[in-house]
Each structure stands twice: as structure tokens, then as C-alpha cells.
Design a protein around this ligand. Structure first.
Ligand SMILES: [Zn+2]
Length: 239
């Protein structure tokens, strides 16, 4: 299911083997509304980060070769002296994937990468914790992904990691919904739904999630009303 790709590190120039998954070795089981894909057998997310074990440079593979000389020097000066070789195993598991996504994030912070890059990295980390059913860490990283995506939305140009403006707006709404800002998410979903430029596909997703939030908001207010009613009774009888 796996094979090696020869990669030249843009920081130190050494050639290393990056593990890669053969296309026919995984199958999509399900897609979550925030675009996380659940795969059967082996997950491509586990092999999404490339790491040069010589110098410690790491990034999500689509960004790996897009590095300026200035950023390469920064990594050489600030990160490489602290790097200890890891000798990663042949097959990666979820804990190793988490470690590698964190390493990539450390690189993005070292070279002060754009918020969109950090957002994607945080989002993928959150998904790994979702797979592990560790909701505390998942929420923490979803929140960071949302902060960075918000900043990317207002300061960067589109397309961004294959997302157009409306997909990003939808995703901001969805991350808000997941991190407990349901009422705020309605504004973003509505903007997608009423846009004349957004595709029907993304509008449908926005409609679904908007209904989900509206139901949750209604349920919460009904629960609150019932509680208030009970409270009223208790007060009445001074219990
Ligand atoms: Zn290197």
C-alpha cells in the first residue's frame, strides 16, 4: 500500500525518502460537514506531512517545495540547531501523524507562514483528534483553525487550498457551529445561501448546517423556557 518518493529538501539539500500511499489502497467511507474524510483501512492524512530528518524542516506536503530562500535560512538558523533525528518507522499511526502535524506547525510558526497555512494545519490536527475521539484537543485545534481561517479570509486572496471564497465562508460557519458559536455561524451560512455567485453544492451544505443550528438554537430556548417556568414554580412555593 506504501511506496517511497525521493524528495530533495529545500532547506539543507539532502535527498530523503517520503512515504506515500498508493491511490488504490484506500476508500472513502464518509465525509464530515467540515470536509474531514473518513477512509477505510489506511488514512492518507497519516502521510500528509513530509519531514526532512536531517535538518528538521517539515510541512504539509503541498507546501513543502514552496519555500523562499529567506525562509530556508530562518529554519537553518532557528530550528535545525535544536533538531534531533527521529528515525521515523516505515508505517505511521495516528499518534505519529499528530506528532508530524505538530512539527509542521512549528515550522509554519518559525517562518511566520500565512494564516491559511496554519488554519489548514490546525484543522487537520483537530481531525486527527476527532479520529482518536479526544474532543478536548479537537475543540482546541478547531478553535485555532477558525481564528486563522477568519484572518485568512479577510487578508488573503482566493483560491486557498482548493477553496473559493464561498467554501471558506461556509467552513468558517461550520467551525463556529462546532466550537459553540452557533448563533454567529448563522450569519455566515446565510451569506453563502443568499449569494448569487456561490455554487449550488456549497449552498446546499450551508442550508443543511443552518437548519441544524436553527434547531439547536430553538431547542436551547425551549429548554431555557421550561427551566424558567420551573424556577417560577419553585419561587412561588419558596422551595
Ligand atoms: Zn533538510
Amino acid at each position: 500500500m506504501l511506496y517511497d518518493r525521493k524528495i530533495t529538501c529545500p532547506v539543507c539539500g539532502s535527498v530523503f525518502k517520503a512515504r506515500a500511499i498508493k491511490k488504490n489502497s484506500y476508500r472513502i467511507i464518509k465525509k464530515d460537514p467540515d470536509f474531514f474524510i473518513r477512509y477505510s483501512r489506511i488514512s492518507p492524512y497519516f502521510y500528509d506531512v513530509w519531514v526532512c530528518d536531517e535538518c528538521g524542516y517539515a510541512s504539509i506536503k503541498t507546501d513543502f517545495e514552496k519555500l523562499s530562500d529567506y525562509d530556508a535560512d530562518t529554519i537553518k538558523e532557528q530550528l535545525t540547531p535544536k533538531w534531533h533525528k527521529k528515525n521515523f518507522p516505515e508505517v505511521y499511526d495516528i499518534d505519529l501523524a499528530i506528532q508530524r502535524y505538530k512539527l509542521s506547525l512549528l515550522n509554519y510558526y518559525t517562518i511566520n507562514s500565512k494564516p491559511s497555512k496554519k488554519a489548514m494545519n490546525y484543522l487537520k490536527l483537530a481531525w486527527m483528534y476527532r479520529l482518536k475521539e479526544d474532543s478536548k484537543n479537537e475543540m482546541n485545534f478547531l478553535t485555532q483553525a477558525l481564528d486563522n481561517l477568519n484572518s485568512a479570509y479577510f487578508n488573503e486572496s482566493f483560491p486557498m487550498y482548493g477553496m473559493n471564497k464561498f467554501t471558506a465562508m461556509y467552513l468558517i460557519g461550520e467551525l463556529m457551529r462546532r466550537t459553540g458559536a452557533g448563533e454567529k455561524s448563522l450569519i455566515w451560512f446565510s451569506q453563502v445561501i443568499t449569494s448569487t455567485m456561490a455554487s449550488e453544492n456549497i449552498k446546499d451544505l450551508a442550508r443543511q448546517q443552518k437548519n441544524l443550528v436553527s434547531n439547536e438554537v430553538n431547542e436551547n430556548s425551549i429548554n431555557k423556557q421550561q427551566k424558567d417556568k420551573k424556577k417560577g414554580l419553585f419561587n412561588k412555593f419558596r422551595i
